[in-house]
Design a binder for this molecule. Sequence first.
Ligand SMILES: CC(C)(COP(=O)(O)OP(=O)(O)OC[C@H]1O[C@@H](n2cnc3c(N)ncnc32)[C@H](O)[C@@H]1OP(=O)(O)O)[C@@H](O)C(=O)NCCC(=O)NCCS
Length: 187
Amino acid sequence: MLTDLQLPAATLIHGIRLAVLDSADARALAAAYQRNRAYLAPWEPLREDAFFTPAGQRFVIESKLALHGAGSEVPFVLFDGERIIGTVTLTGIVRGPFLSANLGYWIDEQYAGRGIGTAAVAAVVDTAHRRLGLHRIQAATLVHNTGSQLVLQRSGFGRIGLAPQYLKIAGSWQDHLLFQRILDASM
Ligand SMILES: CC(C)(COP(=O)(O)OP(=O)(O)OC[C@H]1O[C@@H](n2cnc3c(N)ncnc32)[C@H](O)[C@@H]1OP(=O)(O)O)[C@@H](O)C(=O)NCCC(=O)NCCS
């Protein structure tokens, strides 16, 4: 279903490009995860060493593209030239009366604090609304992830609660703040 959607590559800010993940991205994505391995570790699930290799990323990309084809995920990558400097992903897309998805993202440490995270989330939120026709997006942050909470607040998300032991991050089940944005609020 989503494979029929034409999701165009978009330029965000400072020449950073947002594009749908492609099977050719494994090497660049592995390099990005290698560069940011220590930086991302406190915010992500534990990763096997294989995750940081091109072969590991080929496997991850295949499964993400299968979910994309089935309509339940839209994985985006951010490019500075040929270098991948982050990802933004809509996962768990559910249609019917829920019309909702989860949002996840990260930005390369070297590119932090330049507004790229906020611009990328805004672009993906717009795609979720105008092209995917979703009603709602949910995001969860660790309670102490102030930077991520700022990105969400600046992108029109409101806090909806605290979910105890919500996700297994960095090896332990951790409480998360939940945020949502209603996309068709005026309808
Ligand atoms: C959260 C993240 C995506 C933000 O990306 P970014 O491109 O730096 O975001 P932006 O530049 O648009 O905005 C971030 C804002 O948060 C601020 N910020 C970042 N870390 C902060 C911290 N620890 N405390 C307070 N503010 C912080 C930045 O200064 C910036 O605010 P400013 O514009 O007023 O200076 C990025 O830091 C990241 O990938 N972190 C690790 C992974 C992660 O947390 N992913 C999200 C999981 S929910």
